[in-house]
Write a protein that binds this ligand. Structure first.
Ligand SMILES: [Zn+2]
Length: 257
């Protein structure tokens, strides 16, 4: 099975099935080094690295706007590009915008940081994992400006159908699952309405919204099971649809070198 969005290194001892495909995201470049030893255990682990907008906002609170933007730009160019060249990461993410009240005031800077990372992804032909909360309009503006050619995963997608349609002109995929922002009803509604060749399934582990204390492997299984049931197809068929949708992320030129 493919899990299109998780943070495996935040819970390195979970029961990750050894043959799964995992899009694993660091939330700041400094975190990339701790993702290392999981790669040995899980050959299907695909590491993404970037600076999450919430992490950026926190930094900027400590450092102040202009200093944080300057330091962030330096560390993104230095650390991120170094990790790309070392092939420690094969994707950029999760990056994006967050306009919840606690972070809204840094939105203009978040847009600069997001744009910068999207450009790095384009320069190195890497896929991107996007975190976008209450800011899809701003996100679209950045996408229109950069015109990304590499696949983009809009992780934890909960937007309107019309917005989803307008996003299809970009190489976007919608990440659906039972992450912390989700209810089961919302998840199933999205699974049915979005084009089947543009969806991916994700746990956002360990930030899942499944209430009981289920281990990772059962949460992943549950997401596939209820989605397949809702689409009235076999779970195996759904697994192969998602694997084939995920191919553009795993078969990027950077992976084949
Ligand atoms: Zn996440």
């Amino acid at each position: 099975m493919l899990d299109a969005h998780l943070h495996a290194h935040h819970d390195p001892h979970a029961d990750y099935p050894p043959h799964g495909t995992y899009f694993n995201c660091a939330i700041e470049p400094e975190e990339i080094s701790v993702m290392g030893d999981l790669v040995q255990r899980l050959p299907g682990l695909i590491n993404f690295g970037g600076l999450h907008p919430v992490q950026y906002s926190k930094k900027s609170e400590v450092l102040g706007t202009s200093e944080s933007l300057f330091k962030t730009s330096l560390s993104l160019t230095d650390n991120l590009v170094k990790e790309i060249r070392n092939k420690t990461i094969c994707g950029i993410g999760e990056i994006g915008l967050d306009r919840r009240p606690a972070f809204a005031k840094t939105l203009p800077e978040q847009m600069v940081v997001f744009e910068k990372q999207l450009i790095i992804a384009q320069d190195y032909h890497l896929p991107v994992a996007i975190h976008c909360v209450r800011s899809i309009g701003h996100c679209i503006k950045v996408l229109e400006k950069i015109k990304p050619k590499t696949p983009l995963l809009l992780h934890g997608w909960t937007g309107h159908q019309e917005t989803a349609k307008s996003l299809l002109r970009f190489p976007v995929f919608f990440g659906l699952g039972l992450g912390s922002q989700w209810t089961r009803e919302k998840f199933l509604g999205m699974v049915k309405r979005l084009p089947r060749d543009r969806i991916l399934l994700e746990t956002d582990w360990p930030y899942t919204n499944v209430s009981s204390q289920l281990p990772y492997s059962q949460v992943l299984e549950l997401i596939y099971q209820i989605a397949a049931q809702h689409l009235e197809i076999d779970k195996e068929e759904l697994v192969s649809i998602i694997l084939s949708n995920g191919k553009v992320f795993t078969d990027c030129p950077a992976h084949r070198e």
